[in-house]
Design a protein around this ligand. Structure first.
Ligand code: ZN
Ligand code: ZN
Length: 417
């Protein structure tokens, strides 16, 4: 590893400023007087500075950034005592929970090397991740439950860029990843706010149709895949802009191309094969093939990363069951770019996907008021994990199945039917 140096000169400053404006005005829709908590890699400092400026111009109360650094993260694995890998900064997450309860908005900037921990001891990686998930859970519930407006946006960090474009020198890789992020995030058009309005309207149409259909299940067929995903009782399709319980309509993911809902944790049957590699906390998991019985994964294989996959599946009671099913046409702009980002924020928007673990309580018709007991009774899953992986391609067909068995084509060869 080399010392990080400044490759931000390769990034178009006008588009970077537009991305910051999109994060504040579209992603968060930050309100006057509202506080903001943000996390970012130190590499993303140029974007953080632009975001903080836009946040204060939008009337932010107090903006509090928290930075991470790849070399500091690695130092823990190289020099940290073994017992420390079961620890997490619980006090920080307690504070975050309090901040969210007091209507603080949340922004996360991703940009580190997704394979950063690939050379470290997988047992330590998984222990650290579990300790962190347990400590974060109460605060994270306020995010997944949309108590507040939140947003994730990306910055082209040099180590991530080199992973995505290994044939380029550092400046070239950063420039290419920056362009890909700007295009996917609609920061490459003159009026990004209007472009996002049009995009949200298109996603709203898809949601509306799916919600009117009230399917009992979706049936996926394709190479290596014959999977019936039951949908939770009183599920609601979401996508694009989301209405948070604090009254603010935010766009949690920039970019986003998906419409998604909550599957029934006990009504998933059959087998499915992944169509893109999954980058999970530094490990690449490829060619996942799993079989479901009664909603539970009873068999899991992968050509690479199988041990990590099986460890993940053993996290808790809900980690073998689905918490999300999402539809993305094969012709989505991110899919058409042909780039594998090794980052779920982008890769999940290139393909239909399913997620293991925690469901979004937002994805119910009475999302803002639904109780955890109601979510569970209707088939919503609960887990410390939420891991999306891709099952879509130009060879996948999807039928919507009504309760009486009637079938309606939803996707044909990877496109909306
Ligand atoms: Zn998704
Ligand atoms: Zn997801």
């Amino acid at each position: 590893m080399t010392m990080p140096h400044d490759s931000s000169a390769a990034i178009d400053p006008v588009k970077l400023d537009r991305l910051a404006e999109i994060a504040v005005k579209v992603g968060l829709r930050l309100q006057e007087g509202q506080d903001l908590f943000l996390t970012a890699p130190v590499a993303a400092l140029p974007l953080v500075r632009r975001i903080v400026e836009h946040a204060y111009k939008a009337g932010a109360g107090l903006v509090t950034p928290l930075f991470s650094d790849e070399l500091i993260t690695l130092a823990r694995y190289r020099f940290g005592h073994d017992a420390g890998f079961d620890r997490a900064a619980g006090w920080l997450y307690d504070g975050l929970g309090k901040a969210f309860a007091a209507n603080t908005a949340r922004l996360a900037i991703v940009g580190d090397n997704p394979m950063l921990l690939s050379g470290e001891d997988p047992a330590k990686v998984s222990r650290a991740s579990k300790a962190n998930s347990v400590a974060y859970q109460p605060a994270l519930e306020k995010i997944t439950g949309f108590d507040i407006n939140w947003n994730i946006v990306a910055y082209p960090g040099a180590s991530w860029a080199k992973l995505v474009f290994p044939g380029e020198n550092e400046a070239g890789a950063v420039a290419k990843l920056a362009d890909a992020i700007f295009a996917a995030s609609r920061a490459d058009v003159a009026d990004p706010i209007a472009a996002w309005e049009a995009h949200n309207a298109a996603l709203r149409q898809r949601r509306k149709w799916l919600n009117e259909q009230r399917f009992h299940a979706l049936h996926f067929t394709g190479p290596g895949t014959d999977l019936t995903v039951g949908l939770a009782d009183q599920h609601d399709w979401q996508g694009g802009a989301s209405f948070a319980k604090n009254g603010i309509t935010c766009n949690p993911n920039i970019p986003t191309e998906e419409v998604f809902t909550t599957p029934h944790a006990r009504r998933v049957e059959g087998h499915v094969r992944s169509t893109k590699p999954l980058s999970y906390q530094g490990t690449l998991i490829e060619d996942i093939a799993v079989r479901f019985e009664g909603g539970r994964i009873v068999e899991a294989k992968a050509s690479r990363g199988e041990a990590v996959l099986n460890k993940v599946l053993d996290t808790d009671e809900g980690s073998r069951r689905l918490g999300e099913v999402a539809l993305v046409p094969h012709s989505s702009p991110i899919s058409k770019s042909g780039i594998l980002f090794y980052n779920t924020l982008f890769d999940e928007n290139a393909s239909c996907h399913i997620a293991l673990g925690q469901c979004y309580s937002k994805c119910f018709v009475d999302g803002p008021t639904v109780t955890p007991e109601q979510v569970a009774a209707r088939g919503g899953n609960k887990s410390f994990i939420h891991i999306d992986w891709m099952i879509g391609s130009d060879k996948i067909d999807i039928d919507g199945v009504h309760e009486d068995g009637r079938r309606v084509p939803v996707f044909r060869k990877g496109e909306w039917a």
